[in-house]
Design a protein around this ligand. Structure first.
Ligand SMILES: [Zn+2]
Length: 346
């Protein structure tokens, strides 16, 4: 059985076919064409599947595994099953999709469409879950049966993979780690409460906190009559080209590397918050490893060394059983598609 994985994004569709050893046999990327509506997107997906099947057929023909004529070959829809990620809310692996705002979907049935048009059985998953599954089975967490994944990007996406299966929770609303209340009376979150993990630890949240720190620093320097170190303008000001809206987390790590006091203070708070959130999750789930993905993971050792030190120190019972390592996700453009294919058994 070949497993097809479709990673449906707002801009592009990325797709793979895996063999039974989870190797990628074929891959394809094409535009989503979300403005063409549900049927237009599904046609793009079917086109992607057809191109990969043709590529696979050619490979198998060359290797002598099947008859030269793909139509006669043991290459029927029954040879395939698949999985698909959806950037929205689904009603379980069989669908339907309740809504996917980025692509304008409301109450649609992609599993039914793919069954009717390709004769292939598909399962659906949320994209964060699929990425975590790929990291758990073939990525940075492959040495551990159970992992916890956090993607630090616009928000904090997350998933817990228990024995290489997605742990969804009741109503598929589990794994919303970004909305753990972390700071009492803290920053407001669009989810409706205050102090959520992602307000402090997402890349967007961290950039916002850095911008506030920059503006406070500029104000303090302006107000100060002392022109010594106490009112030294932070390096962040030059790094963002004197436009705080352009300040990002790369600037923050760069300034901290040069021991800029404002950047060091913002990052120290960030490491504390992130480590407290991770330690709370570790004390509940005790995974084999915690995998960090998303843009912030690119900070590398500057992030992973202080966070591992804190998590190791704070984790319950870590003097008896070491805390799980916090590792960088292996990533790759087809990770979501591979995770979608892994929704099906080999
Ligand atoms: Zn929230």
């Amino acid at each position: 059985m070949f497993r097809i994985g479709i990673d449906l994004g707002g801009t592009n569709i990325k797709a793979v076919i895996l063999d039974k050893n989870n190797r990628i046999l074929a891959s394809d990327t094409c535009p989503t064409h979300a403005s063409d509506g549900f049927d237009g997107v599904m046609k793009s997906i079917c086109g992607s599947v057809a191109r990969m099947q043709a590529s696979l057929s050619a490979q198998l023909t060359d290797s002598g595994d099947i008859s030269p004529d793909p139509k006669e070959a043991a290459f029927s829809p029954a040879s395939f099953c698949g999985g698909m990620t959806v950037p929205g809310q689904i009603c379980g692996p069989g669908g339907p999709v309740l809504y996917a705002p980025n692509i304008g979907w409301h109450d649609v049935d992609p599993v039914g469409y793919l069954r009717d048009h390709l004769g292939i059985s598909f399962k659906l998953a949320n994209d964060a879950d699929a990425i975590a599954l790929a990291e758990a089975v073939v990525g940075a967490g492959a040495d551990y049966p159970s992992i916890l994944m956090l993607a630090l990007g616009t928000g904090v996406g997350g998933a817990y993979i228990l024995d290489r299966k997605i742990f969804d929770g009741f109503g598929l609303f589990g794994g919303e780690f970004g909305h753990i209340p972390l700071v009492h009376g803290g920053r407001p979150c669009p989810c409706g409460i205050t102090g959520c993990f992602e307000q402090y630890c997402s890349a967007s949240g961290l950039a916002r906190i850095a911008r506030e720190a920059l503006e406070e620093n500029l104000k303090a320097c302006k107000d100060s009559t002392d022109h010594g170190d106490a009112c030294r303008v932070t390096l962040l000001w030059d790094l963002c080209g004197h436009d705080p809206e352009r300040l990002n987390t790369v600037h923050l790590f760069e300034a901290a590397k040069k021991e800029d006091p404002t950047a060091v203070r913002v990052l120290t708070d960030f490491f504390d918050h992130l480590s407290e959130g991770i330690t709370g999750l570790v004390n509940i789930f005790r995974p084999g490893a915690v995998i960090i993905g998303g843009g912030l993971a690119e900070a590398g050792d500057a992030l992973f060394i202080p966070v591992n030190e804190r998590v190791s120190r704070m984790t319950y019972g870590s003097s008896y059983i070491p805390a799980p390592p916090v590792l960088k996700a292996s990533g790759g453009i087809y990770t979501g598609a591979v995770g979608a294919a892994l929704l099906q058994e080999a």
